[in-house]
Write a protein that binds this ligand. Structure first.
Ligand code: F6R
Length: 243
């Protein structure tokens, strides 16, 4: 794991965007694995600025997102498809038909997961997978468990995740209890994984991810075994980590 310690969220966002832009410039038809949440918003803003300056062209890329809430459609402003359109896809020149997010409107979980696996297989190996880190160590919506799931699956969200995400919803009751997520196996097969972590509230779990035992109880700890894992974290997030 290569860890870059940065001062704050602004520097984190710039650095992450630079790495993603470098990937796209070096391989214009690359497959980017993308994440939602608070962590990548600044990264997307920086990528949009680079696009507007004429420094990066996204017309050749394919994107696959990590996850989607089960039951939310693209018009719901809490869906991850809506988030991606708002923060990134509608602001750059990626062809919308090559942007992929699991289909939250498919009620049949087995079908939703099989369909997304098919999309992932068609897209091919992910060149760079962007990840945030959940407070319980989840990546995508791979919650702590007894095993590491390989491919796309439907998960019951942990209480801590529901609590963390309720800030985006009108009430806690509105937070979906299930989600479709890319599996750990797919994440591990990405050529590069880029984890961005900001804030003191992530300090404990970031230390477990980097220095703790590799265990499905802390799903992100598996990234210790990834041959090309890059972590960009700010001083607050790294305040409990010995490097
Ligand atoms: C989002 C995702 C989640 C988040 C994680 C951290 O697509 O897969 O794993 O990356 O919950 O969320 P934030 O960045 O909001 O702290």
């Amino acid at each position: 794991m290569r860890v870059y310690k940065v001062k704050d969220y602004q520097e984190l966002s710039r650095k992450a965007a630079n790495l993603i832009a470098a990937q796209v410039i070096m391989k214009p038809d690359c497959v980017l694995g993308l994440a939602t949440g608070s962590s990548p918003i600044g990264t997307y803003d920086n990528l949009v600025a680079m696009y507007e300056n004429g420094d990066v062209d996204f017309s050749g890329i394919t994107t696959v997102n990590l996850d989607e809430y089960k039951g939310l459609d693209a018009s719901n402003d809490q869906s991850y498809r809506y988030f991606m359109n708002e923060h990134f896809f509608n602001r750059v020149n990626v062809p919308m038909e090559r942007t992929h997010v699991p289909n939250g409107t498919e009620p049949d979980s087995a079908k939703a997961c099989a369909d997304y696996n098919e999309i992932l297989h068609q897209a091919g190996t992910v060149d760079l997978q962007l990840l945030g880190l959940g407070h319980d160590g989840h990546i995508g919506f791979n919650e702590p468990s007894d095993t590491f799931a390989d491919e796309t699956h439907c998960v019951d969200l942990e209480e801590i995740t529901i609590q963390a995400n309720k800030r985006f919803f009108a009430s806690e009751a509105d937070v979906p209890r299930q989600a479709y997520t890319m599996g750990i196996g797919t994440i591990m097969r990405a050529k590069t994984v880029l984890v961005i972590v900001s804030g003191a509230d992530k300090a404990k779990i970031l230390n477990q991810m980097i220095n703790g035992p590799v265990t499905p109880r802390v799903p992100a700890s598996i990234l210790q075994f990834h041959p090309n894992a890059i972590i960009i974290a700010d001083e607050a997030a790294l305040s409990e980590t010995e490097l």
